[in-house]
Design a protein around this ligand. Structure first.
Ligand SMILES: Nc1ncnc2c1ncn2[C@@H]1O[C@H](COP(=O)(O)OP(=O)(O)OP(=O)(O)O)[C@@H](O)[C@H]1O
Ligand SMILES: [Mg+2]
Length: 252
């Protein structure tokens, strides 16, 4: 089992989008995937998967109102299990013993557990990092997002957690910070770049990850390549994917 905590420091950079699509892409490669929504205050995982209503949430589990198994929902479109947070009134709950909870729902060697975190550097973000085997830092190529991403990287280093960086919403504009500079800032190689893609907000409005909503879009292909790299497989785009990707580039 591999637990990946997805964080960013700055809000709105694409954590939930990355979690929902990476989970779906890993499931397409035959992995068992569980997604945990640990953004307890501005939780959106359920909405990204088109779930408008859930009876039990991770907050009920943390408050010991229900067992974690009672808050696991299978999403048939994405073939992913989801432990959502609540869409109701904001509730302040401390995330404790997360690793123990995770072990109750995922223990097979091939399982992936992806945790969606809230932005910032509060206790709940630290608890997500603590429970994670690997930390995935999402950033955009802009200084405010990079500055906060670097703070998360420092935190991960202090906690002796392996981290990697995903660059999201790339538009290849002159004002964007260059990838080489970002690599120097973090001290790691960036091997995941997700382009800015209108198909992503479109997919959220539709209520499904872009990987299933538009499987041949440039962002979906980037997520599938990333998922493949995580499991040591090579992703070979089909002929149709290559044509659609080229068309997308020509039109952008
Ligand atoms: N690659 C992309 N191309 C275009 N739009 C994107 C991309 N990634 C994310 N977005 C858009 O950016 C917005 C924020 O994304 P998302 O909710 O995933 O961020 P977040 O980091 O989880 O935010 P929060 O910190 O509030 O939890 C969404 O409206 C989404 O549609
Ligand atoms: Mg989010």
């Amino acid at each position: 089992m591999v637990v990946i905590g997805v964080t960013s420091g700055k809000g709105g950079v694409g954590k939930t989008t990355v979690v929902s699509n990476l989970a779906t892409a890993l499931a397409e490669f035959g992995r068992n995937v569980v997604v945990l929504d640990c953004n307890l205050t501005t939780s959106h995982i359920a909405l990204h998967f088109g779930m408008q209503h859930v009876d039990n949430s991770i907050i009920d589990v943390l408050k010991k109102k229900v067992k974690i198994q009672e808050a696991v929902y299978y999403n048939p479109i994405a073939s992913v299990k989801i432990v959502p947070s609540t869409l109701k009134q904001m509730e302040e709950v401390e995330i404790k013993n997360l690793k123990k909870l995770i072990c109750r729902i995922a223990n097979s060697r091939k399982d992936f557990v992806l945790i969606d975190s809230s932005p910032g550097f509060g206790n709940n973000v630290k608890n997500v990092l603590k429970a994670s085997d690997k930390v995935l830092i999402v950033t955009t190529p802009t200084f405010p997002s990079l500055a906060d991403g670097i703070k998360i990287a420092e935190l991960a280093k202090k906690m002796k957690k392996e981290f990697f960086v995903i660059l999201n919403k790339i538009r290849n504009k002159k004002y964007e910070v260059k990838t080489e500079i970002i690599e120097r800032m973090f001290g790691v190689k960036i091997n995941v770049i997700i382009p800015e893609d209108d198909k992503i907000p479109e997919s959220i409005a539709f209520g499904a990850p872009v990987v299933v909503y538009k499987p041949y879009s440039k962002s979906a292909v980037a997520f599938k390549k990333f998922a493949a790299s995580l499991i040591g497989e090579e992703y070979k785009p089909s002929f149709r994917e290559r044509i659609e990707w080229l068309l997308g580039r020509a039109l952008s």
